[in-house]
Design a protein around this ligand. Structure first.
Ligand SMILES: Cc1cc2nc3c(=O)[nH]c(=O)nc-3n(C[C@H](O)[C@H](O)[C@H](O)COP(=O)(O)OP(=O)(O)OC[C@H]3O[C@@H](n4cnc5c(N)ncnc54)[C@H](O)[C@@H]3O)c2cc1C
Length: 602
């Protein structure tokens, strides 16, 4: 395998699968600069002061309060972090923009969604695809929160199949306007927006086109009632009806027929930011859970002392920690790729667009993993609170309801799972990532006699890193054979794709958490990093199990006879520990640290 210390030490998108990464080459939350830490603390203080004490207002559908908080965020400059200085923003690096998104989102999904819809899909399409005039006219207002943005893609008949929308854009006779007519639904921020990114079809074009539409009820725009939702209850979500809404031709975004591309690229950024937005919710749920568990006494014992509760706390923490590791690793890769493109002469716009697109696979991986982790975390949070967890009087049930949407929007997790594998296969076909050679090497290895030597595992994580290498072989074996067997028809075998996606997701998450912790342990020493080492090992242990299960499922779905037997033997070999970790001891180490700190403090 190539290593990242050779020549170009920044991974290309998807390349993590075939390249070994040195821990020094990953960015971790321990590497935040002083400036970044200050930004994080500012955002956290803002949320602790303005949002957390007023949580019940969000549950009572106080939409005006969401708007008020968004305005205050604007006054603090938090809506402008990703906007370049020439358009009135702070022009911060990508990692800092992730940090803001992370810490602004933890207290309530209503603010997380309003923030994401405005700064992400409501603003980014103009920044990434707008003309200079469009950017000068609209972005400064969006950056300060003078105006709020929303993004109108979904329609009653066009959800996951986003390009199938029926909304029409018809050129006026004088050629000066488009007249937009159609129905959009599930539009976040619709109730208080000033600007809409609207996707519509011109004539019978194959692809939709993007437009910037100023909200004006006098211009044929009508809003539906607020939707009554399971969670994110004070996030405004409405239908939007356009009836011959006049939009100047100069408000077309990019070129005619480019809308689907804009929509998809806006979603790439949206996905990694959504993953970040799932992190602080987990930290808060874990901290609240451990505080409650330390205080709640049953059988004359704080429930935190019960093994069953310790196991939950440990697993919640391990996944949150892995999520942080993977999110900031990918964020820095994106940031570095943007810098490389800029140094090669790309404009900021082009560099950002291509920089994020490069890591579209990682963006989808993170979206799926973090949205499912926050769901499990909040679910276990309720369980730790027992009956009180089910009550509106504790923060658990709202956190659980709010978490649910993240698996649905920004592309459902099913769509994102298929995308991860689909995009990787495409990259391989285009020659951007060489999967073929490593897949062939794995096939050769399967035919050969395995080594029975016991390697020296005395260095920290030496067995774990070997395991990561073997897990990558599982993916190459399963996906490589599936591509050979089905070719382009692979996309019709969705259950196989889902299994392959799960393998890929677990590899990225597990590798990220191991590398972060190795870097930390090298800096701080293994004793100081004991709980983190335990979290990394626990995460990997569970990942191995999932990969074993999904690998088996995939293999038997398409291979038979000798081929199946050989691949199942390979799977066994590639998921075998020499020293099976003592998972109970790992969980206790993690839980004891959480219990002593009385919070999630990593
Ligand atoms: C609270 C909320 C806020 C939202 N905000 C916005 C917004 O601001 N702007 C906007 O444009 N949209 C927004 N959406 C819409 C959201 O992006 C869509 O709901 C989402 O893309 C799924 O589309 P759908 O609801 O039509 O489900 P469908 O596409 O009908 O999917 C239903 C189920 O079928 C599965 N499925 C669909 N196609 C396939 C396939 N090919 N293979 C396998 N499984 C498939 C899905 O994964 C899902 O499980 C929001 C939605 C909600 C609920």
């Amino acid at each position: 395998m190539e290593t990242t210390t050779e020549k170009d030490n920044i991974l290309r998108g998807g390349q993590f699968l075939v390249r070994e990464t040195a821990c020094e080459d990953v960015f971790t939350p321990e590497d935040f600069s002083e400036e970044q830490k200050m930004m994080r603390d500012t955002v956290r203080d803002f949320i602790d002061r303005e949002v957390w004490p007023n949580k019940e207002r969000f549950e009572k559908k106080d939409y005006a309060f969401t708007e008020e908080i968004m305005r205050k965020a604007g006054e603090l400059g938090l809506l402008s972090v990703a906007v370049p200085e020439e358009y009135g923003g702070m022009g911060m690096d990508f990692v800092s923009t992730m940090l803001v998104c992370d810490y602004i989102s933890g207290a309530t999904g209503s603010i997380a969604t309003a923030f994401g819809a405005h700064t992400g899909i409501g603003t980014m399409p103009i920044l990434l695809y707008g003309t200079e005039e469009q950017k000068k006219k609209y972005v400064p207002r969006l950056a300060t929160g003078e105006w709020f943005g929303c993004y109108c893609l979904t329609e009653p008949g066009a959800g996951s199949d986003a390009n199938s929308g029926k909304t029409k854009a018809v050129l006026s006779e004088d050629g000066k306007h488009y007249l937009i007519s159609g129905q959009k639904m599930w539009i976040s921020n619709a109730g208080f927006c000033d600007l809409m990114i609207v996707f519509a079809r011109i004539e019978d074009d194959k692809y939709i086109t993007g437009f910037i539409v100023e909200y004006d009820p006098e211009n044929g725009i009508t809003l539906g009632e607020e939707e009554h939702k399971l969670g994110i209850r004070a996030s405004s979500t409405r239908q939007v009806f356009f009836n011959e809404t006049k939009v100047p031709v100069e408000n077309m975004l990019s070129e005619r027929g480019n809308g689907f591309k804009i929509a998809m690229n806006a979603l790439n950024i949206g996905r990694i930011k959504l993953a970040a937005a799932c992190l602080d919710a987990q930290r808060r749920v874990i901290s609240n859970s451990v505080k409650y568990a330390n205080e709640r006494v049953q059988f004359k014992t704080p429930i935190a002392q019960f093994g069953a509760i310790k196991a939950k706390l440990a697993e919640m923490a391990a996944t949150a920690y892995a999520g942080e590791s993977a999110c900031y690793r990918a964020a820095k890769n994106i940031e570095d790729r943007i810098a490389i493109r800029k140094s090669e002469g790309n404009s900021h716009q082009e560099a950002e667009l291509k920089g994020v697109e490069e890591y579209a696979i990682e963006c989808s991986i993170l979206k799926v993993a973090a949205s499912e982790d926050v769901q499990n975390c909040t679910d276990e949070g309720i369980q730790i609170f027992g009956g009180m967890g089910f009550s509106e009087d504790t923060p658990m049930e709202a956190a659980w309801r709010d978490a649910r949407i993240s698996r649905i929007y920004e592309g459902t997790n099913e769509i994102n799972r298929m995308l991860t594998v689909g995009m990787l296969v495409k990259k391989a076909m285009k020659g951007h990532v060489d999967l073929l050679t490593p897949a062939q090497n794995v096939a050769d290895e399967l035919m050969g006699i395995p080594s029975f030597d016991t390697p020296d595992y005395s260095d920290l994580f030496s067995e774990e890193k070997e395991m990561i290498g073997k897990l990558k072989k599982v993916f190459l074996m399963v996906a490589g054979s599936a591509v050979q067997k089905y070719g382009p028809q692979l996309e019709e075998h969705q259950q196989l794709l889902m299994a392959a996606a799960d393998i890929l997701i677990e590899i990225y998450m597990a590798e990220s958490v191991i590398l972060r912790t190795e870097k930390l342990a090298k800096k701080e020493g293994e004793d100081k990093a004991a709980a983190q080492i335990a979290m990394a090992r626990l995460y990997l242990y569970k990942a191995v199990d999932i990969i074993n299960l999904k690998g088996k499922e995939g293999i038997v779905s398409f291979a038979e006879g000798d081929e199946q037997r050989m691949m199942l033997m390979g799977l066994k070999r590639f998921t075998k520990y020499t020293n099976i970790p003592n998972v109970v001891a790992l969980r206790n180490t993690i839980a004891d640290k959480l219990i002593a700190d009385n919070e999630y403090k990593f």
